[in-house]
Design a protein around this ligand. Structure first.
Ligand code: NAP
Length: 283
């Protein structure tokens, strides 16, 4: 059994990006826009800033009042879209409830959409074309790559169909040659699918949702969930202690998928910079 070390792989990815960026005369620029003062967002933004500083990107954090409206936010995004010195734009979620999220997400130019959430980038993923992809599922594909896990021909079961994680995950696995089953809250007899999974990816957000009776022997378990257990301890969707003895690979929470999300944001910033300049290779 192998515990997949997302922290270690993140460090490798950041090191490689830092090395590449050190050779660039003009450094890529990432701008993070925040509306309001959500506690979790503040933590995530600090992680993004740390990553950007480590790699050597230019970094700007635009922090706006909770009361800002959709039109005012659109104006700020449009200005950044037109600014050639800005390579990546990320609008931190959640936005205040009165903001039209779909309009805001799609206002970011697809070539600067380092979160990979615009309809255009989601469509390019659907068509298996090069684009900026959603960071969490992209990070999971990077874990497979770096652990030499070939997904081709395997049965991958993804639980969760959000635009952020589950759906793009299912599409990336499909593009990589896996046979994919996408489950969600309306799926009947979920265990029937999970027990048949060579790769089980849980993106649900419920503590200890997956136990040992639901997984196949020697399978690969990827836990995307970030939850708190009864003792308020951070945990994933998978009952890790029960499942661990049965499986071939597993990601822990914390230290599995989470670190890869910020690593792939770093990757996307350099990819955006290069695509904007017509440069093809990125690590
Ligand atoms: P989400 O939008 O709430 O989606 C949750 C999905 O789980 C939905 O598709 C839902 O189905 C499905 N679901 C809920 N209850 C279920 C059940 N009983 N059986 C089967 N499916 C069920 O959440 P998300 O944004 O995708 O995030 C999922 C989890 O990943 C959260 O814990 C989040 O914090 C975590 N996350 C982690 C990272 C990271 O970097 N590690 C990044 C993003 C998210 P329906 O569509 O039918 O409602």
């Amino acid at each position: 059994m192998t515990i997949i070390d997302g922290k270690k792989i993140k460090e490798q990815v950041l090191e490689e990006l830092k090395e590449e960026v050190s050779k660039l005369d003009i450094k890529p620029t990432l701008v993070v826009i925040q509306a309001g003062n959500d506690d979790a967002s503040n933590v995530y933004i600090r992680q993004k800033e740390k990553m950007a500083n480590y790699i050597g990107y230019n970094y700007r954090h635009i922090k706006l009042a909770e009361e800002i409206n959709t039109d005012e936010l659109l104006k700020i995004i449009n200005k950044l879209n037109e600014d050639d010195s800005v390579n990546g734009i990320l609008v931190q979620m959640p936005l205040p409830k009165h903001i039209d999220i779909d309009t805001i997400q799609n206002a970011v130019l697809p070539e600067k959409d380092v979160d990979g959430l615009t309809d255009v980038n989601a469509g390019l993923l659907f068509h298996n074309k090069k684009a900026l992809f959603s960071c969490t599922p992209y990070g999971i594909m990077e874990l497979f790559k770096r652990y030499n896990i070939c997904v081709e021909g395997l049965h991958a079961v993804v639980i969760g169909r959000s635009n952020l994680v589950g759906k793009p995950m299912s599409m990336m696995l499909t593009n990589a040659g896996a046979t994919v089953t996408l489950c969600h809250s309306k799926t009947k007899n979920l265990e029937k699918y999970t027990k048949d999974a060579d790769i089980l990816i849980s993106c649900v957000g419920k503590a200890k949702f997956i136990d040992d009776t639901m997984v196949k022997d020697d399978s690969i378990i990827i836990d995307v969930g970030i939850n708190r257990d009864n003792n308020l301890k951070l945990c994933g969707d998978v009952d890790y202690d029960k499942v661990i003895s049965k499986v071939k690979y597993i990601t822990p929470v914390p230290g599995g998928v989470g670190p890869m999300t910020v690593a792939m944001l770093g990757y996307n910033v350099l990819l955006a910079y290069k695509m904007q300049r017509g440069i093809n290779n990125v690590i």
